[in-house]
Ligand binder design. Structure first.
Ligand code: HEC
Length: 111
């Protein structure tokens, strides 16, 4: 009885920690993401990287870049670690891209 209680508390703690630090595709603020996205756009306005807007990809396609601890984004950006993006930053950008993706209600093309 006592042991199972300790186990339950430990699990609850572990869960709250992983929620606080792990990437959550449902979390993030699209409004803030619009601002945060500008950091990606510094390169993705066609200057250093391919010109990208949220509507360049579908929700699913964007999702694939952020899955597995951003594995696909890391693969595309050799200097990814030097960008030092926080989980919160990436969650915001992810939400913004999602809400204005090609197959969203409000695809964003114009900029
Ligand atoms: C320092 C410049 C730089 C920054 C900052 C940057 N990227 Fe990139 N990105 C590149 C380069 C260079 C490539 C590889 C060439 C290409 O495909 O444009 C790339 C590739 C990509 C690709 C693949 C494009 C494709 O269709 O194959 C995606 C998606 C992408 N970046 C998203 C992002 C996101 C999201 C951010 C911000 C969280 C970001 N990038 C920040 C330079 C940058």
């Amino acid at each position: 009885m006592k042991l199972s209680r300790i186990f339950a508390i430990t699990m609850a703690l572990a869960l709250s920690v992983s929620v606080a630090h792990g990437f959550d595709p449902e979390a993030g603020d699209a409004g803030q993401g619009k601002e945060d996205w500008k950091k990606c756009r510094d390169c993705h306005d066609g200057s250093k990287g391919e010109k990208l807007s949220p509507s360049a990809k579908t929700k699913k396609q964007w999702g694939r870049y952020f899955n597995d601890d951003y594995a696909k984004l890391k693969k595309k950006h050799a200097d990814w670690d030097s960008f030092a993006y926080s989980t919160e930053f990436l969650q915001n950008v992810h939400r913004f891209l999602n809400e204005h993706a090609l197959d969203s209600d409000k695809p964003q093309t114009c900029d």
